[in-house]
Design a protein around this ligand. Structure first.
Ligand code: SF4
Length: 688
């Protein structure tokens, strides 16, 4: 691998992209070799701290298995290296052939997370739009957008992570902060040092739960009941923000009426959370409002009623008056960046975005197609055929539900192109695999809405033969005849300059301020002088928009399906989707040091269940659902970590994907998200 570093010796400050936190880092270079990653002190997100995952960027960069040349699948299923220009020519030719035969909607593009999160998403959106197809996909249609919709439907603005340091009470639901958002631990520690209370609600006792004043362990899928129980307490005790409710919200009377049924005892019956815990948590809320941070993690959205549960928690924040406050729900303002994604430009062709009929809110508000429905289109069982797909650094053969179906679908494509660092489980199904650039090999803009700052990442090095994301899409666009129109900028630096035109911030200023530049002063309670960005201009405790679509006007709670129709054939509940300390979804399993910590796939099981099944630590068990089965080692956890009857498996293992078991057809009706918490399963001991 030929590395062309930006400098031969010294340090380059940029942002870590090994997760979405984007901490400030300094990359050390010695004699042309990238040798270390150190924290940057001057970036507000992390203030001089980084987590162990950050260092893995160098191991990915220099990994012996890293792809540096394109691969083409042979007829025997193996791969052979080909030259980059030839690979791009052949890919463009085959994409054009699909477009000519079936129309542009038969093509789609999918952005994963391994390459990063922000500007490269806009490149993919721009490319697919210029192609004439509405079919933009990403992993967000199974993770994140569900929560964002919950916040957006009530407030009009998307989900922000609160500034915990300003809170008197922090209520975390379905999130494992030290692992999912390490930088926020400092804010949390500051708040705790100032006397803030901490309440953690999660079916899995995670490290953050061990630090809490109250840890509540609900039955999976019942978060909404707890939210309504807290709403009930605030209303019953007249302890809510009367100004917010009377001047800035619609639907309070309906909320008050519906909440009456959620007495502490009813919440206990539904969720397993003790009535006394409901009452004590409500007392904390009442004592600390409006300085309360209520934060929903992915654990809440991966349920049949996930969006409604998030909406209920957002309403709870509103009742506390924690609206447009840094410690609560914060309505961040955006910089005036140019729109690279062509989101406002209507498509020339009259075609149907995949999944928009089934899940119109996901498409209208999340602006993307439903990746689970895409598999049906590929397999010809729902709507028009999807025949060609370009995917950049996603791994749905591991991370999407119903693995068998996903693999069958990927194999059925006429043309499947993957751009990634490694020959992943998904890339092995591709006709062409292109070598992807790591974040250290590109420069792009980043918006930190919580701080209203704009920052620029720097290219630390180039790798010979590897294209950055912009060049990839530009080269394909040029070959398909729309490069000059839509990808006319010669390189990323010119794209960045174009994006910044309306912001009043020059590229050169960002280059000399790697810590970022504030684009607008932070201002609280803006709703007093301007309407909320909702259809009514107010906080929407009830949604006329959802009602018109035949969806729940009020975020009602429904008991999970497994409780309504319990099957003796599947007596256990599987939860998945939680994170590991060093792994990131399906990434980093090939980093040797990390594998010493996270050695292999395992199912976590309660000691009582293990005893009943005669399972010892390390034994193999078979987990089966109505979708499929997987064989996996058992790890018996402490009795307080899980409820009896609940088992947990990490979702990213390439060799034993738990998504062989997860269904793709049990969806939240608003977001289309799959059920990943509380899947009924059978567990059998496999005798050695
Ligand atoms: S939390 Fe860790 S992996 Fe994520 S951006 Fe910060 S240093 Fe990188």
């Amino acid at each position: 691998m030929q590395v062309l570093p930006r400098i031969q010796n010294g340090e380059v400050q940029t942002l870590c992209r090994m997760c979405d936190s984007r901490c400030g880092i300094r990359v050390r270079i010695q004699n042309g070799v990238l040798t270390d990653i150190l924290p940057a002190e001057n970036v507000p997100v992390n203030q001089g701290r980084i987590c162990p995952r950050s260092k893995a960027a160098l191991q990915v960069f220099y990994h012996p298995d890293r792809l540096t040349r394109p691969l083409k699948r042979r007829s025997d299923g193996g791969f052979e290296a080909i030259e980059l220009p030839r690979a791009l020519d052949e890919i463009a030719e085959r994409l054009q052939a699909v477009k000519d035969a079936h129309g542009p909607q038969a093509l789609g593009a999918w952005k994963g997370e391994a390459v990063g999160f922000q500007q490269q998403e806009a490149y993919v959106r721009r490319f697919v739009h210029a192609l004439g197809s509405p079919n933009y996909f990403s992993n967000d249609s199974a993770c994140f957008i569900g929560r964002d919709l919950g916040y957006r439907l009530v407030t009009g603005f998307g989900m922000q992570i609160p500034d915990f340091s300003r809170s008197g009470l922090i209520l975390l639901i379905g999130t494992n902060t030290p692992v999912c958002h390490p930088p926020f631990m400092r804010e949390l520690a500051d708040a705790r040092a100032g006397g803030a209370k901490l309440v953690v609600v999660d079916p899995r006792l995670n490290p953050i739960g061990c630090l809490a004043d109250i840890y509540a362990q609900p039955i999976p899928g019942t978060d909404g009941a707890f939210a309504w129980g807290l709403i009930n307490q605030l209303i019953q005790k007249d302890a809510f923000d009367i100004e917010i409710v009377s001047r800035y919200a619609v639907g309070f009377d309906r909320v008050a009426d519906y909440a009456k049924a959620f007495t502490p005892q009813h919440v206990e019956d539904q969720s397993g959370i003790l009535a006394s815990v409901v009452e004590r948590t409500a007392e904390y809320l009442m004592a600390n409002r409006p300085h309360v941070s209520v934060f929903c993690g992915a654990g809440v959205e991966h349920n049949e009623g996930g969006v409604n549960a998030v909406r209920a928690y957002v309403i709870l924040s509103c009742l506390c008056g924690a609206v447009d406050l840094h410690g609560g729900l914060f309505w961040a303002e955006s910089p005036q960046l140019a729109d690279l994604s062509l989101g406002d430009v209507p498509l020339q062709s009259d075609c149907d975005p995949i999944g928009a009929r089934q899940f119109p809110v996901l498409h209208a508000m999340g602006r993307e197609c439903h990746s689970m429905t895409a598999m049906d289109h590929i397999l010809g069982v729902d709507g028009y055929p999807l025949r060609g797909l370009i995917m950049t650094a996603a791994n749905p053969a591991v991370t999407n539900p119903n693995t068998q179906k996903v693999r069958k679908a990927l194999d059925a494509l006429d043309i499947f192109v993957v751009n990634d660092f490694f020959l992943t489980a998904t890339a092995r199904h591709a006709h062409y695999v292109l070598p992807a650039a790591t974040y250290l090999e590109r420069t792009e803009l980043h918006v930190f809405s919580k701080f209203q700052r704009l920052a620029l990442t720097r290219r630390v090095a180039r790798v010979a033969g590897v294209m950055d994301e912009y060049t990839l899409w530009r080269e394909l666009a040029l070959r398909l005849g729309f490069g000059d129109t839509y990808f006319g900028w010669p390189d990323e630096a010119d794209v960045n300059r174009f994006l910044l035109v309306g912001t009043g911030i020059a590229l050169e200023d960002l280059q000399t301020h790697p810590e970022g530049i504030a684009y607008l002063p932070l201002k609280e309670r803006k709703y007093r002088t301007r309407p909320f960005p909702t259809p009514s201009g107010k906080l929407e405790f009830t949604s006329a928009y959802l009602k018109a679509l035949g969806l729940d006007e009020l975020p009602v709670y429904r008991s999970p399906q497994y409780r309504r129709a319990c099957s003796p054939d599947y007596p256990f509940l599987l939860t998945t989707g939680g994170r590991k300390t060093l792994l990131y979804h399906s990434c980093h399993q090939n980093i040797p040091g990390f594998r010493e910590i996270h050695t292999e796939a395992e199912v976590e099981i309660h000691p009582e269940d293990a005893a009943a099944l005669k399972v010892q630590n390390g034994d193999y068990v078979r987990i089966s659902s109505t979708t499929g089965s997987v064989e996996i080692r058992a790890r018996i956890v402490h009795q307080s970590e899980l409820r009896p009857g609940v088992v947990e498996v990490y979702h990213g293992w390439e060799d034993r994907p738990v998504n062989l078991v997860t269904p793709d057809r049990v969806n939240d009706p608003i977001s289309g998200f799959p059920l990943l918490k509380g899947i009924p399963v059978q567990i059998e001991h496999i005798p050695s």
